[in-house]
Each structure stands twice: as structure tokens, then as C-alpha cells.
Write a protein that binds this ligand. Structure first.
Ligand code: FES
Length: 123
């Protein structure tokens, strides 16, 4: 058992994270939990800053997107769950419409280290 801060995990080269692109990733930490579903997440630029969330809708605990890399609504304003249409603010993850209104996506720590985007695995 290890204690202390969780390790950072590389997601993609920073130059690949261009505006409008959503990069999906799998969290390595969950490989240690064979009973658990593999955790996935996504990272994108929110007003020029990298932002990352777990790819889990708070309504039913399933992934938000049906299509790879497609997370935004038709107006490109909100992250949208493809199952029941819940809308989430890209900057905070707060659900502003849909069956999980008032709940929120789980934000991950994200940073740029040299030309690499990294996320920190949640507890
Ligand atoms: S599963 Fe996402 S809104 Fe229902």
C-alpha cells in the first residue's frame, strides 16, 4: 500500500490538445481494482487552459459519450451526456439541466509539464 500524493499520468503531447479537441484516456490506477470498472476521463481546453474530468455521468454512472471524442452539445456550449441529454458547464462540470441537475462531473487535477499533458489519478 502506498501513501502520499497520487502519481501524475501522461495523457497526450500538449501540442495535440488544440481548441475543440477532446482527448480521452484510461486511468491506470484502476487496473489494480479488478472488480471495478476501468475509469476513463477526458481532457480539453477550456478558454485556453487544460481541464479534465472523469468520463462518468453523475446520473447513472456511465460514460458520457457514444462517439469517440464527442462531448459537446449541438451549440458547442455545454458538455452533454449522450444518454439522457444532461448538460454540464465545461469550466466547472456543474450539471445545469437534465436528470442530475445540481450534481457535477468529477474534475481531475491536470497540468502541463514541458510538452506533456498530465492528470492526477483520483483517490
Ligand atoms: S446517464 Fe447521463 S443524463 Fe442519464
Amino acid at each position: 500500500m502506498t501513501y502520499g500524493p497520487k502519481p501524475w499520468q501522461t495523457v497526450c503531447p500538449a501540442h495535440e490538445l488544440v481548441p475543440g479537441r477532446f482527448v480521452e484516456f484510461r486511468l491506470k490506477e484502476k487496473a489494480n481494482d479488478p472488480e471495478g470498472m476501468p475509469l476513463t476521463g477526458f481532457v480539453f481546453l477550456d478558454r485556453g487552459q487544460p481541464k479534465a474530468y472523469l468520463n462518468i455521468c453523475p446520473h447513472l454512472g456511465i460514460e458520457l459519450n457514444w462517439m469517440p471524442g464527442r462531448f459537446m452539445d449541438a451549440d458547442n456550449l455545454f458538455i452533454q451526456c449522450s444518454t439522457h441529454g444532461a448538460l454540464f458547464k465545461p469550466g466547472t462540470g456543474e450539471c445545469i439541466a437534465g436528470p442530475c441537475q445540481g450534481d457535477a462531473l468529477t474534475m481531475l487535477e491536470v497540468r502541463q509539464s514541458d510538452d506533456t499533458i498530465e492528470v492526477r489519478v483520483p483517490d
